[in-house]
Design a protein around this ligand. Structure first.
Ligand code: NAD
Length: 591
């Protein structure tokens, strides 16, 4: 029988239940699709809320989704298994990358569930090396924006662009100008894949909530001729603006972020060119809450690997002589942090520097080098009084480093002769081939182990497969910055630090090295297994937050008694929310 409005009683009962359920659910959850005015079809289009086939029957009815989804209600685990099944059937990593990015745009929780549960397998897809390939192909594979695009022409209007972003509760931003993407050079606006990938790792590795994160590209043009001619290039078709307007854009961007999202918003500089990276870090490190991952994050992960290596080489840090192939952001960052660590061990600054040597594109960096290129750069503290040496091979022979670190993006730079010389001079030489992506590595894991008769301690920037050498299995460690930046960021965000200091990265390196276990070292791995990344990041966050409280940098006061629970309370779960509380289900559990 129908009432006055023509609705059947059972329909009215259901509508009353629905509005009660929505009100109850809204009260229970900070974020609710109905609070956002989303109904049915629109909910399926909001990745933040969408659960796809996992919406329960109650939710489908209450949220106007009934009939919009296939009838079978799937568990999140089954959905994740289906996604993995599809990914494994794909024939290329780039296809896997685009599938994963599509998933991120469709169902955020499921994306993170899949990524967290398969971090070892998927890290090389969402990050180096595949992300590098993705950036090179960005114009062809671009489907959906996942962050903000701010151009040099937006100067004077940056805040209004920030206001267009749908979330207001932003706690961290990763931004690039695309000038030095991995070791691939200037990719302009196509570099957007990097901040997107890095922030995905903030969530996957440390559990930082995705709606608190914002990837940004500052498009100031590109000097990459190929891109400028490319029909499908997504950025501004103009040369890089290197005028004062560039600095003005950076300044306006940082000030607008602090105004709009708050003064403790963490700003991660990412893949800026050498000429700007150090300068901007120095300009802004005391102004806002910022760090440069290529300089400081790299330094921390490399130092952690070196400290863990000492357990294998049975040496102290001070017993080592370090030789870097490269003298850019990564090399200088690592060198400076080694100096800080040595100082903590009681070595004075000058002696600490003397243990570190750099080779750049013009040869060994020495005082008064005729080939120049040193004055006024960050290489100066490491330019020692020494005869000039032209090649890396010769530098290895003369200086007898215990540790060589490749960060020049010059592939194959660690030749057979160089590795053999390292093995001749030292029982357990340390060989870190950190250049990314894989194609830029100084030598492969297999080469390093075989050229040193399995004696070297090896780590790479991009992942390499396990190596069998004379019946022994080696698992090469990946000096991946993801061991550091997500944990540091979580600690900084949780305690609302006003600044990020170098000491944060020293503490993070020490935390990470301490988490390398005997079972890792037995396999030759100087980093923990990636499967433990959530645990690792959480510990780093706790240690970094403790440091910030100790140094009075934290503004989330009072200091929590239990830092571990405090940090964990900021972490994201990949379990779906129930938008319709169980109290609204029928007694037999069915509607
Ligand atoms: P950068 O542009 O700041 O520095 C590159 C340096 O290499 C410069 O000093 C340059 O002079 C030097 N160089 C160029 N050609 C050379 C040659 N033939 N011989 C010796 N030196 C040469 O870049 P960056 O940020 O220092 O990064 C360099 C590489 O390190 C990239 O491949 C990057 O992906 C990699 N990297 C790896 C990690 C990691 O594994 N965790 C982190 C950061 C950077």
């Amino acid at each position: 029988m129908s009432d006055q409005n023509g609705d059947s009683p059972s329909f009215r009962v259901r509508m009353a239940q629905r509005s009660n359920a929505i009100a109850g659910s809204a009260a229970m959850h900070g974020q609710n699709p109905m609070q956002h005015g989303l109904v049915g079809f629109n909910i399926l289009r909001r990745a933040h809320f969408n659960k796809g086939s996992a919406f329960s029957l109650q939710e489908r009815q209450m949220l106007c989704l009934h009939g919009l989804l296939p009838p079978r209600v799937m568990a999140e685990d089954d959905q994740a298994a289906r996604i993995m099944n599809g990914l494994r059937k794909r024939s290329s990593d780039l296809d896997r990358y685009t599938d994963l990015m599509d998933l991120l745009g469709r169902n955020e929780k499921l994306f993170y569930r899949v990524l967290c549960d398969h971090i070892q397998e998927l890290m090389p897809i969402v990050y180096t090396p595949t992300v590098g390939k993705a950036c090179q192909e960005y114009g062809n594979i671009f489907r959906q924006p996942k962050g903000l695009f701010i151009t040099i022409h937006d100067l004077g209007h940056v805040e209004s662009i920030l206001a267009n972003w749908p979330e207001r509760d932003i706690k961290a931003i990763c931004f690039t100008d695309g000038e030095r993407i991995l070791g691939l050079g200037d990719l302009g606006c196509d570099g957007m894949g990097i901040p997107v990938g890095k922030l995905a790792l903030y969530t996957a590795c440390a559990g930082i909530k995705p709606h608190n994160l914002l990837p940004v590209i500052l498009d100031v043009g590109t000097d990459n001729e190929e891109l400028l001619q490319d029909q499908f290039y997504i950025g501004l078709r103009q040369k890089r603006d290197r005028s004062d307007r560039y600095d003005a854009l950076i300044r306006e961007f940082i000030e607008s972020v602090m105004d709009w999202f708050g003064p403790t918003t963490l700003l991660q500089f990412e893949d800026f060119g050498n000429r700007n990276a150090f300068r901007l870090l120095n300009d802004y490190r005391d102004v806002c809450c910022t760090f440069n991952d290529d300089i400081q994050g790299t330094a921390s992960v490399a130092l952690a690997g070196i400290c863990a290596s000492l357990k294998l080489t049975k040496k102290t840090l001070a017993d080592n002589v370090f030789l870097f192939q490269g003298a850019g952001e990564a090399a200088i960052g690592i060198a400076m942090l080694i100096v800080a660590a040595l100082k903590q061990e009681g070595v004075n600054e000058e002696d600490a520097r003397k243990r570190i040597w750099l080779v750049d594109s013009r040869g060994l960096v020495v005082k008064n080098r005729a080939k120049g290129g040193i004055e006024g750069t960050h290489k100066v503290p490491f330019a020692h009084e020494h005869a000039y040496i032209e090649t890396l091979q010769e530098a290895v022979e003369v200086l007898k480093p215990t540790c060589i670190v490749g960060v020049a993006a010059v592939p194959r730079a660690f030749t057979k002769e160089i590795c053999e010389t390292m093995a001749k001079n030292h029982e357990r030489p340390i060989i870190f081939a950190l250049s990314n992506p894989t194609s830029k590595a100084e030598c492969t894991a297999e080469e390093a182990y075989s050229w040193t008769q399995g004696r070297c301690v090896y780590a790479s920037g991009s992942p390499f497969k396990d190596v069998e050498y004379e019946g022994k299995r080696f698992v090469p460690g990946q000096g991946n910055n993801c061991y550091i930046f997500p944990g540091v960021a979580l600690g900084i965000i949780a305690c609302q630090a006003r600044h990020v200091t170098d000491e944060c990265f020293l503490v993070a390196a020490q935390s990470l090295a301490a988490l390398v276990e005997e079972c890792d070292l037995t396999l030759g791995r100087v980093y923990p297994c990636l499967d433990k990344i959530r645990e690792v990041s959480t510990q780093i966050a706790i240690d970094v937050a403790r440091l910030c409280y100790k140094n009075k940098l934290a503004s989330a006061l009072p200091e929590p008694d239990d830092l571990s629970s405090f940090i964990r309370s900021h972490q994201y779960t990949t379990d779906y929310e129930n938008f319709v509380p169980d109290v609204y289900s029928w007694p037999n559990g069915k509607l």
